[in-house]
Every structure is written in C-alpha cells, then in structure tokens.
Design a protein around this ligand. Structure first.
Ligand SMILES: Cc1cc2nc3c(=O)[nH]c(=O)nc-3n(C[C@H](O)[C@H](O)[C@H](O)COP(=O)(O)OP(=O)(O)OC[C@H]3O[C@@H](n4cnc5c(N)ncnc54)[C@H](O)[C@@H]3O)c2cc1C
Length: 388
C-alpha cells in the first residue's frame, strides 16, 4: 500500500516555470510540494545550457512587453532573496534587413511602449560592433534592457528558497498520473498519492503525455541544438558584448551570447524558413520526450559553424554542442491558466522556445492562480482555452 500525502498545492515539474511557482507559493506561506522526475537544473528538458536571453522590445509581439517588465521585477526579487547574480545586464542587439522580423518587430514594440533604444544604420552597426560580420544592408536595434539569464542557477536558487520557506521537494520522482478534481485533485508518484487543493502542471515537453484529458491543441516537441565556439582573436568584444539575435535573408533567426568563460561563445538557431533542410536533417525535427532529442551530429556542427562564421574572432568548429527541446504551440504563445477538462489544475506549458525570460513572472502568476483562481499579471493572451 502506498502512502498518501496532503498539501495545499502540488507543483509537477521543477524546471523553469515550476521552480519559480514553488518558490512563490512557499514564500507566501502556502503549504506546497514540488515533484521533479530528475533533479532541478538537469539537462534533459528545455532549461539547460548555461544561458538564456532576456530582451524587452519584444519581437514576437508588443503585447508581451508588460509581462516581460513584470519578469524583470521578479528576477530582481529572486536575486535579492537568493543573494545570487542570476541576470547579467548586457544589453541586446537585434539585427537584420529593415523589414526583417527582428528589426521591425523590435522597433514596433519599442515605439508602442516608449522603450529606450538606438536604431543603427548598416554602417553604424558595423562600426559599433566590429565583432559581428554583418551582411550588406543589415541594420541593428540596440536596447539596454536586455541580458543573460543563468538558467541552472535560477532554477537552483528558486528550489533552495522554496525549501527554506517550507516547501517539500521530491526529486527523482516521476509523476505517473494526475487525477483532476475541482475540490481535491491527486498527483500519483508510483503508488504514493498526493492530494491537494490545487495542482500546477509545469511539465514542459512532457505535458501532453501527462495529461491525456487534454484535447489535441497542436503542441509539438522539437529538437534544437546549441554550440560553443572558441574565441580565436581579441576576446574583449565578445566578453564585454551584448546578447544578440540576427534575422538572415534566408529566413534563419539565430542568436548568441557574450562569452561567459572568456574562451567560447554560445550560439543557436531559433527558427528557419519552413521546410528548410540541412544536409538531410529536416528543421524542427519532432522529439519524443521519453527518449529525448538526438545527440548533436556532424550536420549540426556544419550548420552552426556556418553561422559562427558570421562573427569575427570566433572559430567555426564548436568545442561542444548540446541538444534541447522546444515545446511549440501553433501560435507560439504560451498556455498559462485553466482548461475546462482539467478541474483543480493550473497549466503552464507550450513556451515555444522563448519562455525562460518570463519564468519569474510565470511563477508569480501560477501562484496567484493556484491561491486565488485569478491574477492581475497580464496573461490574458495565454489563456489555454483560446482557439488554436
Ligand atoms: C536551446 C534552447 C534555447 C532557448 N533560448 C531561450 C532564450 O534565450 N530565452 C528565452 O526566454 N527562452 C529560451 N528558450 C525557451 C525556454 O528555455 C523554455 O521556454 C523554458 O525553459 C521552458 O520551461 P518549462 O518549465 O516549461 O520546461 P522545463 O524547464 O523542461 O521543465 C519541465 C520539468 O518538468 C519535469 N517533468 C516532466 N514530466 C514530469 C513528470 N511526469 N514527473 C515529474 N517531473 C516531470 C521535467 O523533468 C522538467 O524538469 C530556449 C529553449 C531551448 C531549448
């Protein structure tokens, strides 16, 4: 016979979103249990690989700006509470042709919300950022309100603070079933049942498998690869540089970070033109999260190497690579809130490869929803009940 635990709120999954939700609940004095199948900060989901970009003039839509501003405040709060530096304020470069999504999207968001920014012509961009090999006609939007988040450290800090505030944390504990109920939903870990008033499900790429009650919302899990490339020249422009995203004419949207170790820079590809193929690999390869993404291979090395060549002072053979999963919704907006098929549950999923920067505010919103059933944070556009 298994044990039965009781608590107010269970958080399933202690990745980016669940770790922040657990801390927010615990600091408010809500009895909470966090359950993670691996250990917080692991490298088998969507939140590993040393760094994540935060930017404010939001290319994906000006309507995200109020939520990213809330996230900045919550990150500062987590830094204060943990005594750790979790966000390096480097500023951001968004570059591309004048009509590219990166440039026009950043300018639209900046104009709409009165965000401080600088718009550089191709010549100004080349002069100011000589470590970037910009294409002719590539211009840049630069903003100070951008930087690097340290994902493993942020997750670790939130889980530690949650524990210190009284939350119980179960690791190496795969949830096998969640039984929705408006009064008393139950989370099963093997034959141990955890009965609660509310359950927050923040299971990342595993969400749809864990919630068979969900109708098909068109969620896809896709593989992405990151590469760390060696610095070959003067490291200063790269160590003191900005995070960046570059929108290429062929539809590739790739990004990179300043060097955090003084030896390498990390780059990755966010999106490609639909149907793109590289040496036989179809872009956006689907992944079964139970198996995990395929290990990086020679095609990934060549693909990322071609992009590394768009930087000066950087070699084109990566020192290491890592594979990771994106959980995509059809509209690439997140799913945060309630679904009628899942009474007693609060859902946080479908972060579509751009969710980490919001995790601190998502955690606060999830704690509000679990505690009060509503939140003042601007998450209306993420209603999981919206038509997809
Ligand atoms: C390569 C890459 C680069 C990215 N770059 C950026 C960026 O620069 N900026 C940005 O804002 N975003 C970025 N993102 C997106 C961002 O990292 C994700 O949106 C975010 O990490 C998703 O968090 P999550 O909590 O939903 O998922 P995860 O962090 O994967 O957490 C889900 C957790 O649930 C656990 N879990 C699942 N099933 C169970 C179960 N049955 N029982 C117990 N535990 C379970 C998992 O083990 C995992 O720990 C990037 C993503 C990738 C992959």
């Amino acid at each position: 016979m298994g044990e039965t635990l009781r608590t107010d709120t269970v958080v399933v999954g202690l990745g980016a979103m669940g770790s922040q939700a657990l801390w927010q609940l615990a600091r408010r004095g809500v009895p909470a249990v966090g359950v993670e199948q691996f250990s917080p900060g692991h490298d088998r989901g969507s939140s590993h690989g040393e760094s994540r970009i935060i930017r404010t003039a939001y290319v994906e839509g000006a309507e995200y700006v109020p939520f990213v501003r809330a996230a900045w405040e919550q990150w500062a709060d987590l830094e204060r509470a943990s005594g750790q530096e979790l966000l390096l304020r480097t500023g951001t470069i968004m570059a591309g042709a004048p009509d590219s999504g990166a440039v026009s999207g950043a300018l639209t968001a900046a104009a709409h919300h009165g965000l401080e920014h600088t718009h550089l012509s191709p010549q100004q961009a080349r002069e100011r950022f000589p470590h970037h090999r910009f294409a002719p006609g590539e211009e840049a939007v630069v903003e100070q309100e951008g930087g690097v988040l340290l994902p493993e450290a942020a997750i670790g800090a939130a889980v530690r603070l949650a524990r210190e505030a009284g939350a119980r944390v179960l690791t190496g504990a795969p949830v096998t079933r969640i039984v929705p109920d408006p009064e008393q939903p139950t989370v099963w870990v093997g034959d141990t049942g955890i009965r609660a008033r509310r359950v927050v499900v923040a299971a990342g790429s595993w969400t749809t498998r864990l919630l068979p009650q969900l109708p098909d919302l068109g969620i896809r899990v896709e593989r992405r690869v990151l590469g760390w490339f060696p610095l070959t020249g003067d490291p200063a422009p790269h160590t003191g540089g900005q995070v960046f995203a570059r929108d290429e004419e062929d539809g590739t949207l790739w990004y990179g970070f300043p060097s955090l170790d003084g030896l390498t820079v990390k780059i990755g590809v966010h999106a490609e033109a639909s149907g793109a193929r590289f040496e036989g690999a179809q872009w956006g390869e689907p992944v079964d999260p139970r198996v995990g993404p395929r290990a990086p291979d020679a095609a990934d090395r060549a693909r990322l190497g071609r992009l590394a060549a768009r930087l000066n002072g950087v070699g084109t053979l990566p020192e290491r690579m890592a594979a990771c999963m994106y959980t995509m919704t059809p509209d690439e907006d997140f799913l945060i809130g309630h679904r009628s098929e899942l009474p007693g549950l609060v859902l946080a999923g479908g972060f579509s490869g751009h969710g980490f920067k919001f995790a601190s505010a998502v955690g606060a919103a999830l704690a509000d929803l679990a505690e009060h059933g509503r939140t003042d944070l601007p998450i209306g556009m993420f209603d999981p009940q919206r038509p997809q």
